[in-house]
Design a protein around this ligand. Structure first.
Ligand code: FES
Length: 109
């Protein structure tokens, strides 16, 4: 396990999220009330790009089928919907984040 720099801390305001490429991985970084959280950007349902979804408070909605995740933990908090069928989705992969000075780092396996 190793931390990699992902961005400068001023790149995201509270309520914003963005996708970054770090060490051959695509990572979603979100700022929730001034605290940074990171997830593997790939939705565990069918690989949708979570960074292209919506962030409301700490909840991310996948743009493909509407599954919801708590960005702080990766926990699934809302099912995907496929043609009126509600489908339970696994948790997203949360990645540890640390801030040092003005830089944000994410831990990758
Ligand atoms: S790919 Fe994300 S909900 Fe289906």
């Amino acid at each position: 396990m190793e931390y990699f720099k992902i961005a400068e801390a001023d790149i995201l305001k509270p309520g914003e999220m963005k996708r970054f490429s770090v060490h051959n991985k695509t990572v979603l970084l979100a700022n929730v009330d001034g605290v940074f959280y990171a997830l593997d950007n790939k939705c565990p349902h069918m690989g949708g790009s979570l960074a292209d979804g919506d962030l409301e408070g700490a909840t991310i909605t996948c743009p493909r089928h509407g599954a919801k995740f708590d960005v702080r933990t990766g926990k699934s908090v809302g099912n995907a919907k496929l043609a009126f069928v509600s489908v339970k989705v696994n948790d997203a992969k949360a990645l540890p984040v640390k801030v040092e000075g003005t830089e944000v780092f994410v831990e990758l396996a």
